[in-house]
Design a protein around this ligand. Sequence first.
Ligand code: HGY
Ligand code: MN
Ligand code: MN
Length: 397
Amino acid sequence: MEMARIGATAAGGCRRLALSDEDRAARDLYIDWCRSADLAVRIDHVGNIFARREGRSPSLDPVGCGSHLDTQPHGGRFDGVYGVLAALEVVRTLNAHATETEAPLEIVVWTNEEGARFAPSMLGSGTFAGVHTLDFALTRRDREAITVAAALESIGYAGREPCGGHRYRAFFEAHIEQGPILEREGFTIGAVTGVQGLDWYDLRVGGEDAHAGSTSMAARHDALAGAARMITAIEDVARDHAPHAVATVGDIHALPGSRNTIPGTVEFTLDMRHPDAQALSDMGDAIRAECATIARQRGLELGIDSVEHTAPVVFAASCVASVRTGAETLGYPLREIISGAGHDACHLAGVAPTGMIFVPCAGGLSHNEAESATPADLAAGCNVLLHALLDHAAGTP
Ligand code: HGY
Ligand code: MN
Ligand code: MN
């Protein structure tokens, strides 16, 4: 709740866009807490924060855990932050019990997980995992054309550490489910077995600026009316791939943005997801075809740029097993679950055995200021995280 005061919104949520002043304040507070827990803090070239707790065998690859501090524009108080603070709570608990681990532990904050300010999402973890080059990451621009590099400099988080290249024995991320299943079915813990695939596109519709009063309907090349038809066609494609497909147009800009000028240019975003790679690809083909037909029928130009593609992820059986064992040892009801939301763990899974621990959130609501979770469920997730980490950090010298 102290962290939630940074970027707090009037409606009770949080607004801490990546690399904003609010993100800097959250990072500064987190690093203070890490230092109070005797952790050695390092920051890499894209602002990822690594806080290390030594083990008996410093030469062993560390066991990692963490998540993100950046939020959606109207974000909640738990998405990402829970996983960051659960990791810190595990360290504090080990310190309080003077428990030594064989392997070092490393708790992590990944830069720009949400993708709300800079696209693509999961940028810090993706660069760490080698999915993006450092140059690609540093040259991403927000809507004001500010680069990631400039934003990192402005908040003092352009770290000196190389991004990537150090291994994890295993990596875990605790997170609220951001969906209704655990709460609806009465489970405290979700052993996440994987994450659905995701495609992000930017679409640009080109028509002709013209006078709203003196241009007949037949003579128009109205980019916004055309985009409206495309958006309902996108929704139809998702419904055609029910029950798992989802597609969202979250942001749209019509230019020149005057009431009495027919919009000649529209740009909008597309976020589409499916657990099955082939279905996700089929959805993309169908959406491209539908939008091209609408553009042709209306004499409009159409541009579709891919911004992000994350294939469906399957987490390491050894990590899923640690989560299951931890929950069963502690007597928490648990079920296996696929994540609808994307997470930094998606990229970590490409470079280390990775697992996730879900806890319920009220009504499954997230990316909403009313997002909430109970202290009991959050504590349960922390306890399972502790056991899962110890399972992998006990280590064999
Ligand atoms: O979009 C997502 O799934 C995540 O919240 N960034
Ligand atoms: Mn998240
Ligand atoms: Mn999120």
